[in-house]
Design a protein around this ligand. Structure first.
Ligand SMILES: [Zn+2]
Ligand SMILES: [Zn+2]
Length: 99
């Protein structure tokens, strides 16, 4: 049984097939496909690098999770209602404010 390569729409023979994402490709077509996918991927990696590899940029976007100090939540986890600094429970739904 031979299948059709989705990349070039030609028959793939057993000896030259490369199974990828549920389809049979020619080994050459598979290689080209991988290259194309990698070409479109670096944009995503570049954004991640900016966020995680640049300390200055990180300090501009200070997220509670990124901080080393435990940060008291300002909103209820459950209903997102603002919680007073001295309150231990959410006034709206009664969820405990956990630090
Ligand atoms: Zn092919
Ligand atoms: Zn609440």
């Amino acid at each position: 049984m031979s299948s059709i390569c989705p990349y070039c729409n030609k028959k793939v023979f057993f000896a030259e097939r490369q199974f990828y994402k549920g389809k049979d490709y020619h080994m050459i077509c598979h290689g080209l496909l991988i290259k194309e996918e990698q070409k479109s991927a670096p944009k995503v990696f570049a954004i991640h690098e900016q966020i995680f590899c640049n300390p200055e940029e990180n300090s501009k976007h200070s997220y509670p999770l990124a901080s080393k100090e435990p940060v008291r939540p300002t909103n209820c986890y459950s209903c997102k209602t603002p919680v007073k600094p001295d309150a231990n429970f959410c006034v709206k739904c009664g969820t405990k404010v956990v630090i």
